[in-house]
Design a protein around this ligand. Structure first.
Ligand code: CA
Length: 271
């Protein structure tokens, strides 16, 4: 049996570090700690953690530098811990390769939900498998057959709308910056055309959300980007579980690509 996931906590404030550690240990994670950026880099190299929780404000190094440095040689999932009101820092950290963020103060429930998503993505990335079907609440997305439905009712999407939704679905549960979504959907030349996103996200919400002004699935992360919510609070949700990896609170079912004819990897490249 595989050992419990090893989490590296990088945080200089002692009370916060203790809190994080206690929360992790009580949920069957193993934990190592660093209070400086230099220690963090060393520990990632020597202990090969499954995930890094990274505070942006450290005494010796900027968290952004650490994230960028790590990304030169490892794909270990990184979750940023950041103070409220530092949207620019979050965006830069995400663009530098961090996977997600939590904003202080955060609940342990929120942190653990982010951890599960990031660890699941980390595993899929390293196994080269990609989810091809997502079921979140009443929303079903089949990336292979390019089919989207709500409560069993097929929803017709334009190619661009589908492309945008599939970008969110491939990173389900994770926040994506405007830049990341634009580049993945339209290409590098469109990296700063944020108005495209506003237009197409509004179209998608009109088609997919019961109340487009109060979305359950397509969530705005203010000043940062968007997230496909994998834990919608929906009454319709009959949450088919038995999903992989013991992820009890998630309404997401991912079936890993096991293409009988080896065709799939060409269609849906790993993120
Ligand atoms: Ca700090």
């Amino acid at each position: 049996m595989k050992a419990d996931p090893l989490i590296l906590v990088v945080e200089d404030e002692v009370p916060m570090r203790r809190l994080l550690k206690a929360s992790l240990l009580s949920h069957s994670y193993r934990c190592i700690e660093a209070e400086l950026g230099t220690q963090a880099l060393e520990l990632v190299a020597t202990h090969n953690p499954d995930l890094v929780l990274l505070d942006l404000g450290l005494p010796d190094m900027d968290g952004l530098e650490i994230a960028a440095e790590l990304r030169t040689w490892t794909q270990v999932p990184i979750i940023i811990i950041s103070a409220r009101g530092k949207e620019d820092d979050k965006v830069r950290a995400l663009d530098a390769g961090a996977d997600d963020y939590v904003t202080k103060p955060f609940s342990s429930r929120e942190l653990l939900a982010r951890l599960r998503v990031a660890l699941r993505h980390g595993q899929m990335d390293s196994s080269g498998k990609t989810a091809v079907e997502l079921s979140v609440g009443a929303l079903q997305i089949d990336l292979e057959r390019r089919r989207v439905s709500i409560a069993g009712r097929d929803i017709r999407l334009t190619p661009i709308q589908f492309k945008l939704l599939s970008v969110l679905a491939k990173h389900a549960g994770k926040v994506l910056t405007h830049r990341q979504m634009l580049v993945e959907t339209w290409g590098q030349a469109y990296a700063s055309e944020s108005h495209y996103l506003r237009v197409y996200m509004a179209q998608l919400r009109n088609k997919l959300e019961e109340e487009p002004a109060r979305p359950q699935y397509l969530i705005t992360e203010h000043g940062v980007g968007y997230r496909l919510n994998t834990e919608p609070q929906t009454k319709l949700n009959s949450c088919s579980d038995g999903s992989s990896g013991g992820v009890p609170t998630s309404g997401i079912v991912t079936r890993n690509a096991a293409p009988p004819d080896g065709r799939l990897d060409a269609l849906i490249e790993p993120p």
